[in-house]
Design a protein around this ligand. Sequence first.
Ligand SMILES: Nc1ncnc2c1ncn2[C@@H]1O[C@H](COP(=O)(O)OP(=O)(O)OP(=O)(O)O)[C@@H](O)[C@H]1O
Ligand SMILES: [Mg+2]
Length: 318
Amino acid sequence: MSLLHVDHNDIVRFASDRVNLPKEKADEYRAQARRLRERLESYLAEHPDFTLRKMLLSGSLAKGTALRSLNDIDVACYISGADAPGDVPKLLNYLAERLRKAFPNFSPDQVTPNTYSVTVSFRGSGLDVDIVPILYSGDPNWYGNLVSQDDGSLLLTCIPRHLEFIRKRKAAHDKDFAQVVRLVKYWAAKTKREQEGFRFKSFMVELILASLSDRGTEFSNYPEALQAFFTYVARSDMRERIAFSDYYALSTIGGLTAPVQIIDPVNLKNNVSQLYTRAQADAIAEAALEAGDAIDAAPTKQETVYYWQKVFGPAFQA
Ligand SMILES: Nc1ncnc2c1ncn2[C@@H]1O[C@H](COP(=O)(O)OP(=O)(O)OP(=O)(O)O)[C@@H](O)[C@H]1O
Ligand SMILES: [Mg+2]
């Protein structure tokens, strides 16, 4: 690999200048989500029968994998009760109406239902908070039916366990696991901008990297870790099943037919990449092959930087 001209420290610098959400921002947005959660908690203390049971920071801000380009704060909201509608558009209106009750200091138009979530907008201060409903029937581990942000279907899953799952992989690699996740997400975002129809969900990137971590990949040298990711994705052609034994035995998964099989670590019946077609899987494998080739040896510094720019765009300098 072309470590001669572009090395680990160049990637570290690029990540901190361009890729990562600065820590002050992350802290500010987490505090914003915390204030909303606490407001719901105090409302619940006075209205114990209220059907919004809990709000939980989810998504990249909770996992420490957010990019600088973050544009909303993901919060999951657990909704219980027999009168919560099962129909998604109705559920979103119901959630919005309840949130307006719990947050009377927001004007009603600051709480708006969209296709699969409800946005709480802060008018100038901070980011908007995107509240995703989870239908909840009292599971002590906080399993519930999450409204998919891809197609509105209900996915039985467990956000606290997802956070625990990622925390475990982060603990194995100090700061490096989250950093490599952010670098790969940055590459995926650039590829999305350049290639019509390209998709590669952040959670899938994280699960692939978690699987590499479990199989002994090192993350401490970023060019090498990126190369390991691109090589794996290109070689497997996105056709190898990825699954984890943290919360169930692998032998219980059984036969699946979807072309891409990246199984939710907390529910063996939920294929996180269920919606990915063969063509979309091929496009990911092909883009990874190109990226892997690009960061392989080049004879001069200038050429090496040129090739890394194919992976990260013209903002990359070394
Ligand atoms: N198909 C799914 N099945 C189960 N849980 C999911 C699924 N998709 C998303 N999630 C949950 O939602 C969280 C957010 O994942 P997602 O890939 O949408 O974005 P993210 O991690 O917030 O990254 P970014 O917003 O920066 O792209 C995941 O950590 C997971 O808990
Ligand atoms: Mg997100």
